[in-house]
Design a protein around this ligand. Structure first.
Ligand SMILES: [Mg+2]
Length: 330
């Protein structure tokens, strides 16, 4: 016998459209799932796909969930639906009492920001915003690069690093947009900064080259001291396993909400102990709690900082609601 499965579709608007390689991202769409057993206990889950990150579409997720006929029997979910695997498995975990409170190792006040990577806007504006992020308690900051001219951006990097305290850490995210020659220029600049102990540290350069250039990124990792992180290359657990098999031993950015089965992700982490940085996929409180619970289980020290500096990015008050309140709102 299964448990009752209810589905609600949501749409929320970004306060400012997010710039992506696929154009502006205006609306975040997804599904909230609610499982209810015969005792009336409920568990919430979220399907928050990012189709340009190898996820299924919301329509595909919805079709699979509807096909269950209002009942969830813990059947198999195809690997082609990684965000649905996350949503249904985490709803089951929540129903079993394994989600709520599990992320509480991660405090939510401003002290917590020390454990969370703060986001900086692309371009020169980062110089203005960085002091605000530090004042909010963040110690690790992330800056998108490859947006303007490389000469300008490396000059701003030097200014940014010069303004940060020496214990601050900076992640640079190229979203796969650099050429090999540009990646070499960036890594040279990062190594120069990291050789000076009086300056803030560049923690890693994220996805310098497109996902199909894994061998080139592995070679860069061997030539430079600054770590390289894969993000777009490892959207799903299957891709993560592939890159691991190909010998990648640098950092992996993992977005649990789109990676696939949380159980399999945890098993992979326990088996191989990879260098992971957990990150948000702009999910609601429901997916966020489940993703943070996975992060806390896979990386109990909560180091390195979590890429969950995504609250306050939407033009609504959902970040202030509990999962049950959000469900009732939809
Ligand atoms: Mg990234």
């Amino acid at each position: 016998m299964g448990v009752e499965l209810a589905i609600r579709l949501y749409q929320r608007r970004f306060a400012q459209p997010l710039h992506t390689a696929h154009g502006p991202w205006v609306w975040r769409e997804g599904l909230l799932l609610r499982l209810r057993d015969s005792l009336g206990r409920v568990g919430y889950g979220e399907v928050a796909p990012i189709p340009w990150f190898s996820s299924e579409s919301v329509a595909e997720a919805l079709a699979f969930c509807h096909a269950q006929g209002g009942e969830w029997r813990c059947g198999e979910i195809p690997n082609s639906l990684p965000a649905t695997q996350f949503g249904l498995e985490s709803a089951q975990a929540d129903l079993a009492g394994q989600i709520a409170g599990q992320e509480s190792a991660i405090p939510t006040d401003s002290l917590a920001n020390a454990a969370i990577c703060g986001l900086l806007p692309a371009g020169e504006t980062a110089l203005e915003i960085a002091p605000q992020r530090l004042a909010q308690g963040h110690r690790t900051l992330k800056w998108k690069i490859g947006v303007g001219s490389i000469a300008d951006e490396i000059r701003w990097l030097d200014q940014l690093v010069g303004n940060l305290p020496s214990d601050a850490r900076l992640r640079l995210d190229a979203n796969g947009g650099l050429s090999l020659a540009q990646a070499e220029q960036w890594l040279t600049a990062c190594d120069r900064i990291n050789a000076n102990p009086q300056l803030a540290t560049v923690e890693h350069l994220e996805q310098p080259l497109p996902p199909d250039q894994l061998a080139a990124m592995t070679a860069l990792g061997e030539r430079y001291h600054t770590a390289i992180a894969l993000d777009e290359s490892v959207a799903t657990l299957a891709q993560l396993e592939h890159c691991w098999q190909q010998g990648w031993r640098g950092v992996f950015v993992v977005k649990p909400a789109i990676a696939g089965s949380p159980q399999q992700l945890e098993a992979f982490c326990q088996q191989h102990q990879p260098h992971l940085v957990f990150s948000s996929a702009f999910e609601t409180i429901v997916g966020r709690q489940a993703a943070l619970a996975i992060a806390a289980r896979c990386s109990p020290s909560l180091a390195p900082a979590l890429g969950f500096g995504t609250q306050g990015w939407f033009a609504d008050d959902w970040d202030t609601l509990t999962p049950a309140e959000l469900w009732d709102r939809l």
